[in-house]
Write a protein that binds this ligand. Structure first.
Ligand SMILES: Nc1ncnc2c1ncn2[C@@H]1O[C@H](COP(=O)(O)OP(=O)(O)O)[C@@H](O)[C@H]1O
Ligand SMILES: [Mg+2]
Length: 402
């Protein structure tokens, strides 16, 4: 007889995000258990969609999380562990390995969290990547510095939001940095800095195929925004354009080389100013941050979080998953730190403005249109106005706040 008990998802959230996944899982009839980081206990979690909620100070601490989830397993048949935040991807994988659940285990999850692992694996799959090396053997590091022209970047293998990335212009700059890092140095990767424009493809995978993809171009490269401040901007590219088509096919190649089976993906590429070729920058097994999910939804009607829940549930039930019909639309996001505590966005009243950010000392909005050129034009004009009306600048962080 078929197993008719509802599916049980344990969802990990080291950040306040993923509400749409939790709500969708509940709508699909799943039992939804959330384990979130204590620091976010007061946030507006969708409590109506949660069967149980637990807060822990640090979700990545072992063996605490293994004990906690195994304890839950005494009274629940856990079907899947879901990582809502990037920092939860390895933890969820370790839990799957421990509980013998399907989906990404620890070594596969590395391809989506560890920038050195994803570089190596993508290169093996024939994808163009910046020259890079692990920080292990000093003879190899010296050879890299001789072979590959500067500038270079030294970056943490598993951080996000450009945190801890250092740009180097001369070989002599590397050694004091490594000295200062001490035992942490092997957790970094050294690579060639490729000046260029940064793109991202956000998508959904099922059965090892990309079912949905939307290609975007950032305004300025994320590193300059995070480290020097400025206006963050990203917009969807015309799906029919050669650039978008190229990004779709490259992303397919990356995901297949890295072993993505199902779920949401966010992948970044650099188009080099020097030769216009696209280099694989990084990927993640999650929904893109910075309101990209909202933009994709306003553009296409596809809710990446909700469809991800649908893909997981269908797989576990042994049912086929079908993507809902999508609109051929476009959207873009603009935001910045604001001088004002609650900036007034009232003057940004074009009918394409579909969403406004409500966050202290931030100004931000989403524009959507069936026409990608209209999105581009509006955001360009808004960027100039944001610089005048709101923009404030703050010093960068080297690490995620605890
Ligand atoms: N090899 C590189 N060449 C040029 N820019 C880079 C390179 N690596 C990183 N950057 C810049 O730093 C940003 C962050 O790097 P990334 O590898 O995407 O890490 P994360 O987004 O996880 O912090 C990129 O968006 C890009 O602006
Ligand atoms: Mg990035």
């Amino acid at each position: 007889m078929a197993d008719t008990r509802p599916l049980t998802f344990v969802c990990l959230a080291s950040y306040f995000k993923g509400s749409a996944f939790l709500q969708a899982a509940k709508r699909l009839g799943c039992t939804v258990i959330l384990i979130a980081k204590e620091a976010f206990a007061q946030e507006a979690w969708p409590r109506d969609s949660l069967d149980e909620v637990y807060f822990m100070p640090d979700l990545s601490r072992r063996p605490d999380i293994l004990y906690a989830v195994s304890y839950l397993a005494r009274s629940h048949v856990i079907d899947q562990v879901i990582a809502l935040d990037d920092y939860d991807v390895e933890t969820a994988a370790a839990l799957r390995d421990h509980l013998r659940l399907p989906g990404m285990g620890e070594s596969l999850a590395r391809h989506f969290r560890d920038k050195l692992a994803m570089r190596l694996q993508a290169r093996v799959g024939g994808v163009l990547v910046p020259e890079f090396t692990g920080v292990f053997n000093y003879d190899q590091l010296r050879a890299f510095l001789e072979r590959v022209p500067p500038p270079w970047v030294l970056k943490p293998r598993s951080e996000a939001s450009s945190m801890g990335i250092k740009k180097l212009n001369a070989a002599g700059e590397l050694w004091p940095l490594l000295e200062a890092l001490g035992d942490q140095q092997s957790f970094f990767v050294l690579e060639q800095f490729i000046p260029g424009d940064v793109f991202h493809v956000d998508g959904l995978a099922d059965a090892g195929e990309m079912l949905f993809q939307q290609a975007h171009q950032y305004g300025q490269p994320p590193m300059s925004i995070y480290q020097q401040g400025g206006i963050f901007l990203t917009r969807a590219l015309d799906r029919q354009s050669p650039q978008a088509q190229m990004l779709f096919s490259l992303n397919r190649q990356v995901q297949s080389a890295l072993g993505m089976r199902r779920g949401a993906t966010h992948t970044e590429f650099i188009r080099a100013h020097a030769d216009s070729r696209l280099y694989f920058l990084e990927t993640a097994a999650r929904v893109g941050g910075a309101n990209i999910a909202e933009a994709v939804q306003y553009a296409t009607g596809i809710d990446l979080w909700a469809e991800w829940a649908g893909i997981e549930a269908a797989y576990l039930r042994g049912e086929p998953y079908a993507l809902p019909e999508m609109r051929d639309g476009y959207a873009g996001v603009i935001n910045c730190l604001a001088r004002q505590e609650w900036p007034d966005l009232g003057a940004y009243d074009d009918r394409e403005v579909v969403w406004r950010l409500k966050k202290k000392h931030h100004a931000g909005l989403i524009v959507a249109s069936p026409d990608s050129a209209r999105v581009e034009q509006l955001l360009k004009a808004y960027a100039e106005r944001f610089a005048q009306d709101f923009l404030a600048v703050m010093p960068p962080l080297d690490k995620a706040p605890a």
